[in-house]
Design a protein around this ligand. Structure first.
Ligand code: F6P
Length: 369
């Protein structure tokens, strides 16, 4: 006789790391399907990512709390990209030390009687989720980050919207670049991965695309701009990922994040300004715009709403199956459950043979070399 699994009575959800459009759509999908499919009355919402588990701040998410949030950017739960229960900064006599309070978090989850914890996040959040899983917390991950740099999934929640917003900005800058016969440099986010710059650069007809995976040669960029000018194209659109760097050079960053419990200790940014300065010194008129957090705010695209909804519902199905320690991924056009352990092995960067790099080359778009 088939054994019936014990009914799940309590689940919790948190959004860790930087926010992105689509998080609310996923929260809504989890809460609604937990109510419909698992027969729960509410889901426990942990506030501000892992900070809420450390500081014991949670609230009930009922049907009415998630009604109408599918269109909203950000996260109704709040997020934190610094809180790590395994590495909490403490200043002692002017020196930074680290404290592991993960046992407290485990005890708090037991006190809450949480039978599953859904963690929406990027590599930092999912790394912490995996460690909590190893400590006995039944965890399910959902991939989100505008950077699209998670292993074991073809796409992450937030990426499509970020690309759409970058495209919109580049389209807008096109006309002013054209009027003033300038090089307009657009810097996108993306950390060490060039996905946003590559996709938005191709989709908005950029002339030069620089990504971290292909260190650029300034001389080549100058030649391309000059050649375009000779052919009567007296402006150029250059899209650069914040993590890009010149050959033999370093990434540009704004600051080192003191007291960050995550592995991302540098706040990247400034490469657009550097390239503008370099081009100006070579006698070209260049201006730059940094898109920054504009890519992370506001409404989610249709694709992100669909992806978030799909992954959220599947996360609840995985809980019903008690299939923990997994991330709900999107692979080859379908949902898949992949081991969190596999996800956190590294970052998914743009491979050298990616079809869009080939397409860029076929279109005579300069990739910086
Ligand atoms: O990981 C998402 C991301 O937006 C990166 O693209 C960017 O480098 C970073 O977060 C910015 O972090 P913060 O919001 O802390 O400035």
């Amino acid at each position: 006789m088939k054994q019936r699994k014990k009914k799940i009575r309590k689940i919790a959800i948190l959004t860790g790391g930087g926010d992105c459009p689509g998080l609310n759509a996923a929260i809504r999908a989890v809460v609604k399907s937990a109510i419909h499919e698992l027969g729960l009355n509410h889901v426990i919402g942990v506030q501000d990512g892992f900070a809420g588990l450390i500081e014991q701040r949670v609230r009930k998410l009922r049907y009415a709390d998630v009604s109408g949030i599918i269109t909203l950017g950000g996260t109704v739960l709040g997020a934190s990209n610094r809180a790590n229960p395994f590495k909490i900064p403490r200043e002692r006599k002017g020196e930074m030390t680290w404290e592991d309070r993960s046992d407290e978090v485990v005890r708090y989850c037991e006190k809450l009687k949480v039978e599953a914890l859904i963690c929406l996040g990027g590599d930092g959040t999912l790394g912490i989720a995996q460690k909590l899983f190893q400590k006995g917390i039944p965890v399910i991950g959902i991939p989100k980050t505008i950077d699209n740099d998670l292993l074991e999934t073809d796409v992450t929640i937030g990426f499509d919207t970020a690309v759409a917003k970058a495209c919109q900005a580049i389209d807008t800058l096109h006309s002013t670049a054209q009027s003033h016969h300038r090089v307009m440099i657009v810097e996108t986010m993306g950390r060490n991965a060039g996905w946003i710059a590559l996709y938005s650069g191709i989709a908005s007809g950029g002339d030069i695309l620089l990504i971290p995976e292909i260190p650029y040669d300034l001389e080549k960029i100058c030649t391309v701009v000059e050649e375009r000018s000779r052919r009567g194209r007296r402006f150029s659109i250059l899209v650069v990922a914040e993590g890009a760097r010149p050959r033999g050079g370093r990434q540009m960053y704004q600051e080192e994040i003191a007291g960050s419990g995550t592995d991302h200790r540098l706040r990247l940014g400034g490469i657009g300004k550097k390239i503008a300065g370099d081009l100006n010194r070579h006698g070209m008129e260049a201006r730059y715009a940094i898109l920054g957090h504009l890519l992370r705010g506001g409404w989610p695209s249709t694709s992100d709403r669909m992806l978030a909804t799909h992954l959220g519902v599947e996360a609840v199905r995985a809980i019903a199956d008690r299939d923990f320690g997994k991330m709900i991924a999107w692979k080859n056009g379908a949902v898949a459950r992949v081991s969190l352990h596999q996800v956190i092995r590294g970052q998914r960067l743009v491979p050298k043979n990616h079809p869009y790099l080939e397409i860029a080359r076929s279109l005579n778009v300069c990739l910086g070399i």
